[in-house]
Design a protein. Structure first.
Length: 504
């Protein structure tokens, strides 16, 4: 029988109850024993609110312990946990809550007023729980039993989490991640990256995404290791901690690694005591990979994943970590490169779409059977939309995207989302959004706009308008007013040409 991720957590609470599981740098340690108790109490609290198996439990909170308790507790009772970026403004939040038909939202007390104003439009949202991220949640649930009231989910097909991903043509879709998916992925990473019980992870990532929540936090919890958390990424604080020799594992997106590297400047700053430093969520630039080796004496381990799957490919823990490559399939993962037109497998050395199969691959999009069907080939391969190539010795290299997607600071921005928001502006007649290369962010969101006849608007107004509708990272960093777009014979905007014209 498969030992599920949540079972391993309970095992640690029995075998090493006093070991530190999680500690915020400025907070008290939470041991595995205490974690299990508070998660069980929070699970009992959720049951007392009437939350049942399959209900969607949304959380929009800054990085804090209560978020983690609710996350594990919701999954524990078989509910579907929906983490939401705290940067989502009300308009985006309303969409996610409406689409998911969440029954409960746990949110920051400071957003109480804003959220109450949209509750009336959300008939499924029966319960709101407001908390102060810094408050001690433990005392709020101390009257609930620390012993689990319900057995842990045993069905691998049961949905554990729902994570929204956007699309090129549609509004964001909820990817359904099962307990089996989480278990398979975390087991593969455990094996591939040699997670150890004595590991200490410095955790700087947000926890509303796969990277920070699953790859980093679940990884450490599954191993029975300790996680020390920074509430948000701060390069100076992170570098100081990394130099302290307390940590063995660190995970970041290239923008974080870039900032750490810049901060170290030309000084040598030996971090080779860390046994594992990984990079993901966006392509790691070659100069950063090489710069890290020189400055930090660390060879970053680059890996490749996506929300729908968790991690797929990884450079090896032992063996060559190849510059520019995302490595090889993780244990239990199958990968292939196909001709995007015919979907027939291509020989090594040829560029095609990366397709993935395995127990870690999500079960589909929430209430979107059509989109789910489109995501898979007839024989069950997931179409990733990423282009890549396999070398003869098995290493994969990504070569761009088949889909229209911008990655900025490790976050995905789908141009249509930004274009839809821009089109709501009364002065905008037409618009097109592209990603321009940027040393720090990987890519920057840039908008080209054709104004309506006689209408006026400037960059600041357009950005302020977007800010009310979109999370800050989706707001264009640059707005360029143009008279026309490069178009093909059918009048379709040629984004590649536009990108050439807009990006230096
Ligand atoms: C913040 N800003 C951004 C981003 N983050 N703009 C574009 N892209 C971003 N990613 C905005 C802020 O709102 C602010 O706007 C301005 O940039 C400067 O903020 P700053 O304080 O410098 O940024 P920060 O708060 O330090 O954030 C940078 C960051 C953060 C730490 C790199 O973006 C981050 O945590 N990224 C990691 C995302 C992640 O975990 N991705 C994993 C996805 P203003 O000044 O206008 O207010 S999971 C995934 O991709 C798959 C599965 C995988 O393989 O991992």
């Amino acid at each position: 029988m498969t030992i599920m991720f949540l079972d391993t957590l309970s095992q640690h609470s029995r075998c090493q109850p006093d070991k530190v599981a999680i500690q915020f740098v400025d907070g008290s340690p939470v041991t595995y024993g205490a974690l299990e108790q508070t998660v069980n109490r929070t699970a009992a609290y959720l049951l007392s609110l009437g939350i049942a198996r399959g209900d969607r439990v949304a959380a929009q909170l800054p990085k804090c312990l209560p978020f983690i308790y609710f996350h594990l507790a919701a999954m524990r009772i078989g509910a579907i946990f929906l983490p939401l970026n705290p940067a989502y403004p009300t308009a985006e939040l309303r969409y996610f809550l409406a689409d998911s038909e969440a029954r409960l939202l746990i949110a920051d007390r400071r957003k109480q007023h804003q959220i109450r104003t949209i509750q009336a439009e959300l008939p499924s949202l029966e319960q709101l729980v407001f908390i102060s991220p810094s408050e001690s949640w433990e005392s709020n649930v101390s009257s609930f039993s620390p012993k689990a009231k319900s057995p842990l989910p045993t069905d691998p097909d049961q949905t554990a989490m729902m994570l929204y991903t956007s699309g090129t043509t549609s509004r964001p879709k909820g990817a359904l991640i099962t307990h089996g998916n989480l278990t398979a992925n975390i087991r593969a990473l455990h094996e591939a990256w040699g997670w150890r019980q004595d590991d200490v992870l410095l955790h700087v990532l947000p926890i509303f995404h796969v990277h920070g929540l699953v790859v980093a936090l679940h990884g450490a919890l599954r191993a029975g290791a300790s996680t020390i958390m920074l509430p948000s990424f701060d390069a100076a604080a992170a570098l100081k901690l990394l130099r302290s020799k307390r940590f063995s594992v660190f995970m970041g997106v290239p923008t974080m690694h870039r900032r750490l590297h810049q901060l170290a400047g030309n000084r040598r700053c030996d971090l080779s005591h860390l046994r594992l430093m990984t990079s993901g969520s966006d392509r790691l630039p070659d100069d950063l990979f090489l710069g890290y080796q020189k400055t930090f004496k660390v060879t970053l381990l680059e890996r490749y994943g996506m929300t729908e799957t968790g991690m797929n490919l990884s450079n090896p823990l032992h063996g060559e970590r190849r510059v520019g490559s995302v490595g090889m399939p993780l244990p239990g993962v199958s990968a292939r490169i196909v001709d995007p037109a015919t979907e027939t497998p291509l020989p090594d050395g040829e560029v095609g779409e990366v397709q993935i199969k395995g127990a870690h691959v999500f079960k589909g999009y929430w209430r979107q059977p059509q989109k789910t069907a489109e995501a898979f080939t007839e024989d069950g391969w997931l179409r990733t939309g990423d282009m890549g190539m396999r070398e003869r010795d098995g290493y994969y290299t990504l070569k761009g995207r088949a889909k229209d997607l911008i990655i900025t600071g490790g976050l995905n921005v789908y141009p249509p989302e930004v274009e839809l928001a821009l089109m709501e502006h009364p002065a905008v007649a037409a618009c097109a959004v592209v990603g321009c290369p940027d040393d720090e962010w990987g890519e920057q969101v840039v908008a080209a706009i054709i104004l309506r006849d006689g209408a006026a608007a400037d960059e600041a107004q357009i950005c302020a308008f977007c800010r009310d509708r979109l999370a800050a990272y989706k707001v264009p960093r640059r707005v360029v007013f143009v008279d026309e777009f490069p178009a093909n014979a059918l009048g379709k905007i040629q984004k590649a040409k536009l990108r050439e014209a807009l990006c230096d």
